[in-house]
Every structure is written in C-alpha cells, then in structure tokens.
Write a protein that binds this ligand. Structure first.
Ligand code: BES
Ligand code: ZN
Ligand code: ZN
Length: 480
C-alpha cells in the first residue's frame, strides 16, 4: 500500500505547498491567521455555504505555481474534524490528478484538534491499496503549517502515526485477495509484524486446536485446503492497570459452506475477517505505543469452504467449554469460531472482553453501512466504548441482548443450535455468543458487518476496507 507522508511545522514557506488549504470553522471564523496568507493572493473569503469548498486562488506566487482552496468545516450532520479529514483526503486526490506534490493545511494553532484530523485525513484518507498495480500512485506530502503551539502536540502526532499505520495495516490484510490471504499465510504475516511491535504472538495449528478442544474453529475450518489457525497475542507491561481481552472473527473467505451464498453475495466475503483485522491492528498499536494496559488478543482464522471434508448442516459439534451445538446453517460460521475464542478469553479472567465481527447481514439491514451494532449488559462499559468510537470517528449503536429470543436457539438434540428464526438475526447471533461468555466478566460484542468495508468511497476513506475498529479499540485501551 501507499500513503502520503505527513509533516507538521511552524516554519512554513511556499516551497512547502503547491496546494494550500485554508479552513474556516464557519463563514466568519478562519482557522488560520490572515498574516500567513501570501500577499499576492489578496484577501481571502470563506466559501458561501456551510460544508462547501471553493477555489480561492490559482496562479503564481513568488515564481511558484500555487492553488489555494478554502473549505468550510461546518457541514450539516458532520463535525469539523470529519470535514477536515474529507478536505485533506480530496486535496490528495486533486494532487494526484493535477500532478501537485505538496499540500499545506494552514492553521493558526491546534486548539480545536484539527492537526489530528488533518493527520488522519492524510494517512488513512490518502491510503491506496496499490500492491497489484504496475503503476503506483504518486502521492503528495501533507504538511500541517501551524503558526503557534506546536510543541504541545508533537507527542500526540507521533502516537497518532502509530494508530493510523496499524489502521492501514488492517486495511491491507483485508484488501489483499483471498488467493493470498488464508489462515496460514495471515498468521505468518502477523508473526512478522508482532516482532516489530513488541507483541508476543503464539499460533495454534489444527493439532493444537484439537488438543485444546476448539470444536467450533475445527468444524468450520475442516473443509478448506488451508487449515484453521488461532492467533493469540499477548502484551503484558509491568505497569498495566487493567487486562482487556480482544476477540476478532477471522474468516478469510466466507463462501457460506454447503449453505452456499449466491455468487453476488460472495463478493466482499474476503472482508469477513474484519473483526480479526481490527483486534490485531489495535493490539499491535497498543504494544508499540507501550500503553499501560494488559492485552490478550484472540483471532480465530478459517476459510469457510465446500469440499468432501467440509462440515454439514445438522452436524453436532462440541465447543471448547463442552457445550454442544447443532449446525443448522453452515453460513452462520462466525459465531462458531468466536465461541471457542470467547471461552479462551474468559479462562484468562480479564477485566473486560470486546469481540468484533462481520457477523450478520441483519445488522447491516438495521444500521446501514456507517454504524456498527453494539451488544453488552454493562451500561457503563457500553457508554465508554460508544464515546471512544465517537472520538475516533467510528459510530456504534446499542442493540439489545433480549433474553426471550434465547428460545429461538433451542433444539432437542444439542445444547443449542447456531441460528435463530427469520427476524432479529443480529440479536440471536449476539445471544449465541453470550452463551460462551462468563456472566461476571463485562463483555461487548461489536457487529461490524456494515462499516467494515465500503465498496463506494465514504467520508474521507476511499474504496475497500476501512480498518474499522482499530482507532476505537486503541482509545479504549488508553481509557480503561
Ligand atoms: N459473513 C456473514 C455476514 C455478513 C453478511 C457480513 C453481509 C457482511 C455482509 C456471516 O457469516 C453470515 O453469512 N451470516 C448469515 C447468518 C444467517 C445464516 C443466520 C447472514 O447474515 O445471512
Ligand atoms: Zn457466513
Ligand atoms: Zn461470515
């Protein structure tokens, strides 16, 4: 992948910018000081309408070709931060098409945290998955030209860089095609990355999974050429305040198994490891940032395929905690692999558990592609996670763990079955997971099936995987 370089400095000269971006909070309030405007440009006025941008100047300044754009960050239904990310991201696209090499975002100070937003817009908004293109995009350098108070933000910028880079790492492993990424290759990639970040990584192969009685992971994975894996990442600093367990669904491709998805619904199923990518990206970032929190991450990895060895509907399997499950639908595979991983997480007796999974189409129906579903019984913990999401530009909305629907998971021949009835699919999936979590441990389940990926560009992020969840989970680790 490629991403722009981001720099910040008080020492702005025109050679730092071919494209100057002048932001306004609204019609009157410029985020930059008028003193910083080169004389040749004359006086600059804000775009007329909220949320709009306009060309302010195009011409020669001190012998250099300069384009200046004004942008108003007060768009309806948005925040100045989200608008800043979008403005930087579209400035990058403009540079690509116009052959410009540098963007300067003109800011007087960082009182409203706009440097962070510009940085996010540059690194995650300028991300391009170009691994298979013969011609790579030529991306500009993004330069935050901040007049005052830079010293205070230097550490923040360094820490943000780590988070944005692991967000892009999560996107890379998702965007890579399924003929490259499978449980075996993905675990190898993660072993490499973990060494650099200081995260201790163990990978359980199929034999170990057998020994450890992970019946869910083994059942789903047994139809594929590449056998299942379980990645266990541990980061245990001396000064840890709390212990968080993260669990992520890692289905490297979901054909549906014998309950085969139609061809059109298989499109996009390489992203069915969005939960694993989120928790792995977050764990790598937390370890590299040396945050004072203990973290254990579990990413069960399988390919859900068809073959003579694949599992069937009506199979009865036994999970890590001894519970038996009747498989009524081989396409409801995510919950089966998460069940074993959640049991393992509970055995660690952490202070809290968060799982993330592209679990149900029903959750996309309920909340659309911008918002993830959040399930959990601990109101305070739920609010904390929603808040961490809001601060990271990722949206989560609470959905209920409605206990009467547990009835739908009943069967006469096993402890439960893996699907409920026709309605409320996101809820019955969450209730299935709840059966594998100790009631005493605060637990949140995030159904990220909607926001994990965007086939059309959304906000500041381009097409493809969004790395959704990485930023929120790192923030959670900072906050507990
Ligand atoms: N990976 C899918 C969920 C999904 C669907 C994610 C669409 C992203 C977009 C999951 O494994 C699945 O197939 N779930 C089924 C469950 C059903 C069989 C109860 C679904 O949602 O249809
Ligand atoms: Zn499925
Ligand atoms: Zn799936």
């Amino acid at each position: 992948m490629s991403a722009p370089v981001f720099k910040h400095s008080t020492r702005f000269t025109l050679k730092n910018g071919d494209l100057l971006l002048f932001p306004w909070l609204d019609a009157q309030n410029a985020c930059f000081s008028m003193d910083s405007v080169p004389e040749d440009m004359g006086s600059l006025n804000a775009p007329d309408k909220p949320g709009k941008s306009k060309l302010l100047f195009a011409g020669s300044v001190q012998g250099k070709r300069i384009i200046a754009r004004g942008v108003r960050l007060d768009a309806e239904h948005s925040s100045p931060h989200e608008e800043m990310k979008k403005a930087v991201s579209s400035a990058i696209s403009l540079c690509e098409s116009e052959g410009l090499k540098r963007i300067a975002v003109m800011l007087d100070n960082d009182e409203s945290g706009l440097v962070h937003a510009a940085h996010d817009g540059a690194i995650t908004g300028g991300y391009r998955f170009d691994a298979y293109l013969s011609e790579k995009p030529d991306l500009p350098v993004v330069f935050a030209a901040v007049q005052k108070g830079l010293r205070g933000i230097r550490n923040r910028v360094d820490a943000d860089s780590v988070v944005f880079e692991y967000c892009n790492f999560a996107r890379d492993i998702l965007n890579e095609p399924p003929n490259v990424i499978n449980p075996v290759s993905l675990s190898e990639i993660c072993v490499d990355r973990a060494k650099d970040a200081g995260l201790k990584l163990t990978v359980w192969d199929e034999k170990r999974l057998e020994k450890e009685k992970c019946g869910g992971i083994l059942a789903v994975g047994k139809g594929a050429k590449f056998p299942p894996r379980l990645i266990i990442g541990e980061y245990k600093p001396r000064n840890a305040r709390k212990h968080i367990c993260l669990v992520g669904k890692g289905v490297t491709f979901d054909t549906g198994g014998y309950c085969l998805k139609p061809a059109s619904a298989q499109m996009g199923m390489k992203y069915d490891m969005g939960g694993a990518a989120a928790v792995l990206g977050a764990a790598l970032a937390v370890a590299e940032l040396e945050l004072p929190v203990r973290l254990t991450v579990f990413a069960p990895l399988v390919e859900n395929d068809i073959s003579s060895t694949a599992y069937h509907t009506s199979d009865i399997i036994t999970m890590r905690n001894g519970k038996s499950v009747q498989v009524d639908n081989t396409d409801a595979e995510g919950r089966l692999i998460l069940a074993d991983a959640l049991c393992l997480a509970c055995e660690k007796k952490p202070d809290m558990i968060v799982d993330a999974a592209t679990l149900t189409g029903a959750c996309c129906v309920a909340l659309g592609e911008d918002i993830a579903g959040l399930f959990g019984d601990d109101e305070e913990f739920n609010s904390l996670l929603v808040q961490c999401g809001r601060e990271s530009g990722e949206l989560f909305w609470p959905l209920p763990l409605h206990m009467p629907y547990m009835e739908e998971l009943k069967t006469t021949v096993a402890d439960c079955k893996n699907i409920g009835g026709k309605w409320g699919g996101a809820l019955t999936a969450a209730l299935f997971l709840k059966k594998f979590v100790d009631n005493e441990i605060p637990w949140i389940h995030l159904d990220i099936a909607g926001p994990a990926v965007k086939e059309e560009p959304l906000g500041h992020l381009g097409k493809g995987a969004k790395g959704f969840g990485v930023k929120t989970l790192v923030r959670l680790a900072e906050r507990v």
